[in-house]
Write a protein that binds this ligand. Structure first.
Ligand SMILES: O=C(O)c1ccccc1NCC(=O)[C@H](O)[C@H](O)COP(=O)(O)O
Length: 249
């Protein structure tokens, strides 16, 4: 089950959003919260809520998202990433609203359709993930512009130099280097070291970061890190986050 398989399944399951966008909400800026954390002397970490994953299976039973999100905020997170894909990640779109706690909430999903931008805004997201390789340059530019029309700066995920070129041409400013291979799903933290220096913008290193040493290494190339599995597997996810955010090796 690789990225392409998951995307195809998401396309098959997709029901177009026809709800109301509930205009008037001003999304929070992930880049601003990343800067703020760095200025406060915290390691900027986006804490991810991920009940399950294709590589790990069931990670954590989460009966109540709200206290988990609050504990991530209290323990120094600069943002909350919420997996909303149900079949492979055990997520739900309702979790976005529940995760709102004064930090920017990222909708982490395999998004592909322009209507999903309005949907993400309506559901309470402050940002949304766009995986560069899923789009042509023109369609990615359209998705980025569409997100900005709702005040959301999308996090554009790259896996290769080609993905970076497409994202730059499409006008991205907030990037995630995903250390997980799209085909094999293997993690290579060296990808952050190779790709982050090629990017002009705010850069987040995502996937496979488990220890304070790995976080420090990632942050020597990037502005922030996105961590899911290591927090979901911990007996106390807030405490695990705290030791990463404040416990510099
Ligand atoms: O997490 C997976 O197993 C996975 C498999 C296939 C496609 C995507 C996958 N994860 C999505 C993510 O990008 C991660 O949840 C995120 O970067 C956090 O990674 P981690 O800290 O390794 O849980």
């Amino acid at each position: 089950m690789n990225f392409t398989d998951i995307l195809q399944a998401c396309k098959r399951d997709y029901v177009p959003f026809e709800g109301d966008a509930r205009p008037g909400r001003r999304p929070l800026s992930l880049a601003d919260f990343i800067d703020r954390a760095a200025k406060d002397g915290r390691w900027p970490v986006i804490a991810e809520i991920k009940p399950a994953s294709p590589t790990a299976g069931r990670l954590r039973r989460i009966d109540d998202i709200e206290p988990l999100a609050r504990s991530f905020k209290e323990n120094g997170a600069c943002g909350i990433s919420v997996l909303t894909e149900p079949r492979f990640f055990g997520g739900s779109v309702e979790s976005l609203e529940k995760a709102r706690c004064g930090l920017p909430v990222l909708r982490k999903d395999f998004l592909f359709h322009p209507a999903q931008i309005k949907e993400s805004y309506a559901l309470g997201a402050d940002s949304l993930l766009l995986i560069s390789s899923f789009f042509s340059t023109d369609s990615l530019a359209g998705m980025i512009a569409g997100s900005r029309s709702y005040g959301m700066e999308p996090l554009v995920e790259v896996h290769s130099e080609g993905d970076i070129e497409r994202a730059e041409s499409a006008g991205a400013s907030l990037y995630a280097v995903n250390n997980r291979d799209k085909d094999t799903l293997e993690v290579d933290l060296g990808r952050t070291a190779r790709l982050a220096p090629l990017i002009d913008g705010t850069v987040v290193s995502a996937s496979g970061i488990e220890t304070a040493g790995q976080l420090a290494e990632a942050l020597s190339y990037c502005d922030a890190a996105l961590i899911g599995g290591a927090l979901m597997r911990a007996p106390d996810p807030g405490e695990a986050l705290r030791s990463l955010v404040y416990g510099r090796p």
